[in-house]
Design a protein around this ligand. Structure first.
Ligand code: GUN
Length: 291
């Protein structure tokens, strides 16, 4: 029987687990506060930000919403970030990506106070993660660690293949799996669009993390019997539905399920965990600020 890893259930556990830290902060008179900054009129980005606000509300985190006209000069975004950095009542800052072309994304990542960088994208936080002493782990790979733990997947000595080399998922995931820790100690291979013989590599893996952004690129033929499959993909593909599209992962679910010992569905796998770990990081930021 294949274990279908229920991201909604694990995310709910993470949210419940935040209660103690929230209570301690409340005793100290602190309400954790996340500021989101949206400089886009992309409906998907708008939806992601509004879901983050709903999540915050659900656990008692204050969420502040900053919206900047996507046509506005980049300086307007930088000034907003500076203002939020200087505001002691704001503990976490999330600038929703992608940003308009005229904005220097790297400047944005550098500009957010690393102590408020709940995405974990600031170069200082990236460096700390790579060096093995993370402050904020990026939400998606952090959530995947929790999913693997929840499914009792032993990473120690396992052959893990990460498909995708993004700064948001692939690279931090590979680093976390590599770390000398309970949820690491794997032998990690990172594959990407220029990888030759991808199937050969995924077939040799005990754990496959699919984060390439290519719909259903990994199917059962590319997997070994009993492996663990984590599907990070959320791809909109045209379909005869009310919305005109459906969401599919980077994994061809039905065929992969036949081979895998454990697998995450899309939706309901990694997505809810990414959202839960943002809350986790925000509460951590508030706790760190409290001392
Ligand atoms: N856009 C897509 N994913 C993310 C994320 O994890 N953080 C931010 N800030 N923007 C995103």
């Amino acid at each position: 029987m294949t274990d279908i890893i229920d991201g909604n259930a694990v995310a709910a556990e993470v949210r419940t687990g935040l209660a103690d830290a929230m209570d301690a902060l409340a005793d100290a008179g602190t309400t954790p506060c996340l500021a989101t900054v949206l400089m886009s009129d992309d409906p998907a980005s708008e939806t992601y930000v509004s879901m983050k606000h709903n999540d915050c509300e659900e656990v008692g985190i204050e969420a502040r919403d900053y919206e900047i006209d996507p046509e506005a000069p980049a300086d307007e975004l930088y000034a907003t970030i500076d203002e939020l950095n200087a505001d002691p009542s704001v503990h976490g800052i999330l600038v929703q990506m992608p940003l308009p072309d005229h904005v220097d994304e790297r400047e944005v990542l550098r500009r957010v106070d690393p102590a408020k960088d709940v995405d974990g994208f600031h170069p200082e936080n990236v460096g700390r993660l790579v060096a093995g002493h993370p402050r904020f782990k990026p939400c998606t790979p952090h959530g995947i660690q929790k999913l693997l733990a929840s499914a009792d997947v032993d990473t120690e000595g396992a052959d893990a293949v990460v498909v995708g080399r993004s700064n948001i998922v692939g690279k931090p995931m590979a680093n976390l799996l590599l770390q000398k820790s309970e949820t690491g100690n794997a032998t990690v291979t990172v594959c990407h669009s220029r990888t030759e013989n991808l199937a050969e590599k995924t077939r040799a893996a005990d754990i496959v993390v699919a984060a390439a952004g290519v719909p259903e690129m990994i199917d059962g033929e590319m997997l070994s019997e009993g492996c663990t499959v984590i599907d990070v993909g959320i791809n909109r593909v045209e379909a005869d539905t009310e919305k005109g599209y459906e969401l599919v992962g980077d994994v061809a679910y039905e065929s992969a399920k036949e081979k895998a010992g454990a697998i995450t569905p899309v939706p309901g796998g990694v997505g809810p965990m990414t959202r839960a770990m943002l809350l986790w990081n925000t509460v951590k930021a508030a706790g760190d600020a409290e001392g």
